[in-house]
Design a protein around this ligand. Structure first.
Ligand SMILES: C[S@@+](CC[C@H](N)C(=O)[O-])C[C@H]1O[C@@H](n2cnc3c(N)ncnc32)[C@H](O)[C@@H]1O
Length: 248
């Protein structure tokens, strides 16, 4: 599964990156939420894994002392060069190219539901964090509308499929087994925001590689699984993730 998902992102990575670059404001509420949870302080070493093209840095309110983006897919890592402020590494998640006790905070946004062995990753995070260091995760809750959108609609309309293991209800127990203390766990509903419906459809087609859905089918899928509303000249697409903070 690990290799096949890497292969999927090797193919899908450019379109995902195009979505993020063409519509940088779409997921602002999501990045803002995980950064609020992380509460980054100056002087900290912060690591984003898996980082895609290193987007998190675009939403910082407080700059950390040192920021590292890590992703296993070359296609994403190649884009780090476009941003002078990014220190990027290409590394597998179960063997992070970081020293023991070198990181104050590790952030993982929407990237762990394809890991074949989360325990290996948690132990790696435990290894690289300083004592008292923090892990912040946000990912899809099993049974949520986003679960249905990804594992039913995207799975059907992306020729490579989507079979996410939505683990967040288990994450706190798994992390405790690995020696973490849990600081907070909560679900959060918010919006992905667009200027118009066409942008929302294009964004989803790019981000989720919907090569087997027309624009009309994509819009129907969004309407059926997620829902959206038009308000004050914007299109607000419903999205939600579970957010978790743990301490070493
Ligand atoms: C949905 S994206 C999330 C990226 C970024 N954190 C964001 O929020 O936009 C998932 C990321 O997982 C990376 N990835 C690739 N293979 C993986 C694997 N086997 N396990 C975990 N992540 C993988 C992909 O390269 C991709 O960057």
């Amino acid at each position: 599964m690990f290799d096949s998902y890497s292969e999927i992102f090797a193919k899908r990575g450019h379109a995902y990156h195009e979505a993020m670059v063409r519509f940088p404001a779409a997921r602002t509420q999501e990045f803002d939420e995980i950064l609020k949870l992380a509460d980054i302080r100056g002087g900290q070493v912060v690591c984003d894994v898996p980082s895609g093209g290193g987007y998190l840095a675009n939403y910082f309110k407080t700059e950390p002392e040192f920021f590292i983006s890590i992703d296993p897919a070359d296609q994403f890592v190649a884009h780090y060069a476009e941003n002078d402020h990014l220190n990027g590494l290409c590394s597998k998640l179960e063997a992070l190219a970081l020293g023991d006790g070198s990181v104050d905070m590790l952030i993982s946004l929407a990237g762990m539901h394809h890991l074949p062995d989360r325990m290996l990753f948690y132990r790696e995070v435990m290894r690289v964090l300083k004592v008292g260091g923090t892990l912040c995760i946000a990912d899809v809750a099993a049974g949520s509308p986003v679960d249905g959108f990804l594992n039913i609609f995207v799975h059907r309309h992306n020729s490579m499929g989507h079979e996410g293991d939505f683990f967040m209800t288990k994450a706190a127990d798994e992390l405790k087994q690995c020696g973490f203390g849990i600081t907070s766990v909560y679900p959060k509903r918010y919006h992905w925001v667009f200027e118009n419906i066409n942008d929302m459809v294009l964004y989803c087609r790019l981000m989720f590689g919907l090569d087997r859905a027309s624009d009309e089918e994509t819009l129907e899928g969004i309407r059926k699984y997620l829902g959206f509303e038009e308000r004050d000249g914007q299109v607000l697409m419903n999205w939600e993730l579970m957010f978790l903070k743990a301490r070493k």
